[in-house]
Write a protein that binds this ligand. Sequence first.
Ligand SMILES: [Zn+2]
Length: 153
Amino acid sequence: MNTDKKELAVAALRNGTVIDHIPSNVLFKVVKLLDIEGMDTHVTIGNNLPSRRMGTKGIVKIADVTFPEATLNRIAIIAPGAKINIIRDFEVVEKRQVRLADTLVGVVRCGNPKCITNNEPMRTRFDVIDRDDVTIRCHYCGKTVKSVDAQIC
Ligand SMILES: [Zn+2]
């Protein structure tokens, strides 16, 4: 395989999931959120790529993995404009936007050190209180946070 072909092999995806239009500043949060680090499939991560709409963007390509819809929708917490492309045999067979759920369980860590979720072995729970601004509120202590600033569990 010559160098050109190797580059193509990295760029193209036969089967898998492409997450596009991720704001550059949250790309690695998305990687963490999907637990991509622990996967042994072929993963391509690109960041600070030129985007006409966003200035720069990040993109993640994960070979041979299709995520449950609920998992992908978690991306909406930090990247509400992200787009999902499902690839089969080099063709995009499904294209859709991530969708923010009303409640997030076990996804985001509460920023309040006194919150029960930081002191008991339990899952966090946040309610989305502003969808335009993507602001979420801890179900247990009431602390609100803009989701882009939220710590992923
Ligand atoms: Zn809390």
